[in-house]
Design a protein around this ligand. Structure first.
Ligand code: GLC
Length: 578
């Protein structure tokens, strides 16, 4: 079969939108998420740190990524693994010092790697000086107005101000106790009670964050991943809200984001997600970044749907890119994948932003496990553990993960990788209850396992203590005893290993400028196949049970071994002209 036989050539007016030309580095970048607690630990205390990360940067250069996104390392009581910040302008001693951050940044830049830091503006830690000042100040004071304090309902104010439920479980409201021991006002926390929501209608709060951005931009960071960029503004009057279906915990309707978009039903956003008022905030942040030389990036974590709504976050005067969670949660089915790719290119391209692609991060079940679960995958945030009824098949999950990544890295736009996925790491589903740390686990009384299973320190060396995460063997979450085969040194130079697959994909992506290209669908392979051209490259992924005959050409990348010119199930191949 030739490419022509497949009906490859589609009239130009039928082409999906392409990535708008622009030469900012982030339009095509592959951005690698480092979760500092679990990447590399130089002190041996069991928690990763900045010196550890700096020492491992050469491994990321060899992998072939363009930028590193660091999850929070700021001062924090670590109630939500650092997403509870008590000082946005300092490094938590757990991770090191500001000087060590400067060294990390300088070293990364010498290696040609950009660095993005993670700003958490929706809420602070309850230990932040602003919240402590608010607690000490009287009701109705300017200090209290920085947060969302309200009187309770009912005769004595004993009932929370509304019925909203925290993402981590339980009420979204916590009641204060006054110094004389009597109950006081309530404060809003979308997440843990140690994470009070800021009042973003307050201009003082807005100015503070502009200065926090400048603090990091002055140090030379290349941009920010913005946590909960769909939160911040709440609907006026804070009306009661009952989700129409079991909502995906971070937002978006359950049917749309989990387990896939195939049968999507889009429900209106709850009164605390995706409100119109957030966009004025992002225009302000855009203006702050514009004060600086060079291309700095703002990446939105905005769990809203449909994708045409996510695109509002990346209009030309707002943020640069937004995570594509609809893509992340798309079923492993060819029609659904084709549809979400089209929708992504159209939605993001329509506002001049690059599409983004992502399969794993620190909040979701690793895709090497998730893709084996199909419709049995639990909703986002719920996690999976020893008592779960579903158990992902490791071999199937890894095979699909390799095929999925091989699709993703051929798509135009920017791609996000999560540390460990280049090793094919599965979710750790055997973590003992006593080791769990995610507030979701505690706030739901163990009903939801939460996200610890994707956060376990990653393996570097098969035969070293803590698999080379550190020299002592300590690990803040215990590592499984059978991860030696996933260790980086066990995969380096091994043909067919997941690490070598990622390296090779990233090398070819760069050489063939796949990030800057476009998608031209190839028809004729049947409904279980995702096939497209990006420039000269043909990408074919077989998601069905029947082997697919391959066109003539040079195999540039194959997620599994190809024998006899046919593409087996759950396999992706990249083919260049001979
Ligand atoms: C974001 C983070 C998540 C965190 C939450 C609250 O969703 O990715 O890890 O728990 O925000 O800050």
């Amino acid at each position: 079969m030739t490419l022509e036989d497949t009906g490859a050539f589609v009239a130009p007016d039928q082409l999906p939108a392409t990535v708008t030309a622009g030469d900012e580095w982030w339009r095509t970048a592959v951005i690698y998420q480092v979760y500092p607690r679990s990447f590399a630990d130089s002190t041996g205390d069991g928690v990763g740190d900045l010196v550890g990360i700096t020492g491992k940067l050469p491994a990321l250069v060899e992998l072939g990524v363009d930028a590193v996104w660091l999850s929070p390392f700021f001062r924090s009581p670590q109630k939500d693994a650092g997403y509870d910040v008590s000082d946005y302008r300092d490094v938590d001693p757990l991770f090191g010092t500001l000087e060590q951050f400067d060294t990390l940044l300088g070293t990364a830049h010498e290696f040609g790697l950009r660095v993005i830091v993670d700003i958490v503006p929706n809420h602070t830690s309850d230990q932040h000086a602003w919240f402590q000042e608010a607690l000490a100040a009287p009701e109705g004071s300017p200090e209290r107005d920085r947060y969302m304090f309200r009187d309770g309902r009912g005769p004595n104010g004993d009932l929370p101000p509304n019925n909203w439920e925290s993402v981590f479980g339980g009420s979204m409201w916590e009641r204060l106790t006054k110094p004389d021991g009597t109950p006081g006002q309530w404060y809003l926390h979308i997440f843990d009670r140690s994470q009070p929501d800021l009042n973003w209608e307050n201009l003082w709060v807005r100015e503070q964050f502009h200065d926090i951005l400048r603090f990091w931009l002055d140090r030379g960071v290349d941009g920010f991943r913005v946590d909960v960029a769909h939160g911040m503004i709440k609907q006026a009057g804070l009306p009661d809200y009952t989700p129409p279906v079991e909502a995906a915990s971070m937002g978006g309707s359950a049917t749309d984001l989990s387990p896939g978009i195939e049968n999507s039903v889009v429900h209106p956003d709850p009164p605390y997600w995706g409100q119109d008022g957030v966009h004025e905030i992002w225009r302000g942040w855009h203006a702050v970044l514009a004060e600086y030389e060079g291309d700095r990036v703002l990446c939105a974590e905005a769990w809203v749907d449909p994708l045409s709504k996510v695109a509002l976050w990346v209009r030309p005067d707002e943020m640069s890119q937004a995570f594509n969670f609809a893509y992340m949660f798309t079923d492993w089915k060819a029609p659904a994948l084709r549809r979400v790719i089209d929708e992504s290119l159209e939605a993001f391209g329509g506002v001049g932003a690059p599409a983004t692609w992502v399969l794993s991060n620190h909040d979701v079940i690793r895709h090497a496990s998730r893709l084996a679960l199909g419709a049995d995958a639990p909703p986002q945030g719920a996690g999976i553990g020893p008592g779960s009824t579903v158990k992902p098949d490791r071999a199937l999950g890894l095979r699909r993960a390799r095929a999925a990544t091989s699709i993703m890295l051929a798509l135009p736009g920017s791609a996000y990788l999560y540390q460990g996925e280049e090793l094919g790491l599965p979710e750790d589903i055997e973590l003992p209850d006593a080791a769990r740390q995610d507030p979701t686990w505690f706030r739901t009384g163990g009903e939801k396992y939460g996200r610890d299973g994707c956060r376990v320190p990653i393996p570097w060396e098969a035969d070293a203590p803590a698999y080379g995460f550190n020299a002592t063997g300590a690990s803040w979450l215990p590592q499984p005893s059978d991860w030696d085969g996933y260790a980086r040194d066990a995969q380096e130079g091994i043909v067919g290993s997941t690490l070598e697959l990622y390296r090779s994909a990233l090398r070819s992506r760069r050489e063939l400028n796949l990030g800057g290209g476009s998608v031209l669908w190839l028809n004729g392979y049947g409904s279980s196949v995702v096939a497209f051209r990006n420039g000269e490259l043909t990408v074919i992924a077989n998601l069905g049970p029947v082997p697919v005959e391959l066109p003539v050409g040079r195999v540039v990348l194959a997620s599994e071994q190809i024998v006899g010119g046919v593409l087996p199930t759950d396999t992706t191949v990249w083919i260049a002209p001979n």
